[in-house]
Write a protein that binds this ligand. Structure first.
Ligand code: NCD
Length: 376
């Protein structure tokens, strides 16, 4: 069994509170619908813009610059391509100055022994309208969320607009809520729904924050879907999902199966029955020495998304990217493979999130509270 990752999310409703976007625990059904609908409008506007540019016209007022005179700042303290760029593009499209920077933590003040909470207190003093953080340390995101929450809360308790919106763009192996929003948007866009689907989860069910976040968000937002979690068993070593994620799924309106898989045929059978497959790379950097040496290669061939698998199934394949050996390069561009479109939809989804969180925080809070009242 894979040991539990350190510091798994303790869900604290006071901290995981809109307009801050701290974890997938905040993505309930009405919240997803609100963001999904706004993101679909954003996507429509972006497509109109592309269409008009293709025809030699430049509609520079599409989409509307609703976040003019705001600043979307952020620190990305771990590798990132999509998340950093798509936040900057999303902010810029809405007229918010994009300042989400990638930086090696050793080159920040922490490299000069500053404590993390002091760094964040300083960042609060700059009054960004939104602050995006990616960190390898699970707890750093929660400390930053608390400090941004205290600071903005104590200064503007009743305003209808918000500033200092904290957005968790990935904290260690724990959470990546904006990716979960994007993944559900992509599934919804392609399948027309997130309900009543058979969704296969393969790749890294133990340490991928994308998987944790997607499962928690599906548990709260989807109805009557079946989630099949592929637990590879290789040389007696087995990956297993974190207990808090399983607990969340157990409480949900979903059918959940954890399928131990030892052979390729078993995997292909599961893929044949699924509508949607969500693959991830094995997060090797998050296991240190715990994985048996041959595990990564054996896992990749067990669950690999190959042209043959696509021929044998009707599965629609999603992946947060980057992909490694769990995906054959040749499948890129295949009509069942959604990765590139999915990545592209990161821009309208993050536009919708930024706009709602900064301009319409009450809508997010009301949507969340309506769902929590109903489920109480
Ligand atoms: C993911 C991440 O950083 O968790 N990347 C992303 O944001 N699209 C997935 C990964 O690194 O495997």
């Amino acid at each position: 069994m894979s040991p539990a990752p350190e510091n798994a999310t303790e869900y604290d409703p006071q901290l995981h509170r809109w307009p801050h976007c701290v974890s997938a625990h905040q993505i309930t059904r009405s919240v997803f619908e609100l963001i999904q609908k706004r993101a679909a409008q954003m996507l429509d506007q972006l497509e109109k813009r592309d269409w008009s540019r293709m025809h030699g016209e430049l509609f520079d007022n599409i989409p509307r610059q609703s976040l003019a005179n705001t600043i979307t700042a952020g620190l990305i303290l771990e590798p990132s391509t999509r998340t950093q760029t798509s936040f900057n593009v999303a902010a810029a499209r809405l007229g918010s100055s994009p300042q989400v920077q990638m930086i090696d933590p050793a080159r920040t003040s922490m490299g000069k022994a500053e404590r993390w909470d002091t760094t964040v207190r300083v960042l609060c003093q700059y009054h960004p309208d939104a602050f995006v953080l990616r960190t390898p340390h699970v707890e750093q995101a929660y400390q930053a969320a608390a400090l941004f929450g205290d600071y903005t809360g104590s200064h503007h308790p009743n305003t209808d607009k918000s500033w200092g919106v904290f957005i968790n763009a990935g904290n260690g192996s724990d959470q990546h809520p904006t990716q979960a929003l994007l993944d559900m948007f992509a599934i919804h866009k392609v399948c027309g729904t997130i309900n009543g689907l058979r969704i296969l989860i393969a790749g890294d069910i133990g340490r991928a924050r994308t998987v944790n976040s997607l499962l928690i968000a599906l548990a709260q937002a989807a109805i009557d879907s079946t989630i099949v979690i592929v637990a590879p068993v290789i040389d007696g070593y087995e990956l297993s999902p974190p207990a808090h994620v399983m607990h969340k799924l157990d409480e949900a309106n979903l059918n959940v199966q954890v399928a131990q898989v030892r052979t390729r045929d078993e995997f292909v059978d599961l893929a044949r029955q699924a509508d949607v497959g969500y693959w991830t790379r094995l997060q090797v950097e998050r296991y240190r020495d715990e994985l048996p040496p041959s595990f990564a290669a054996a896992n990749a061939s067990l669950i690999q998304l190959s042209p043959e698998l696509l021929d044998q199934t009707e599965i629609l394949a999603f992946h947060p990217m980057p992909y490694t050996d769990e995906v054959c390069r040749e499948v890129e561009g295949h009509h069942q493979v959604m990765f590139l479109k999915q990545a592209g939809w990161g821009v309208p989804v993050r536009m919708a999130l930024l706009e709602l969180a900064i301009l319409h925080p009450k809508q997010l809070r009301d949507a969340f509270e309506q769902d929590t009242r109903e489920s109480a």
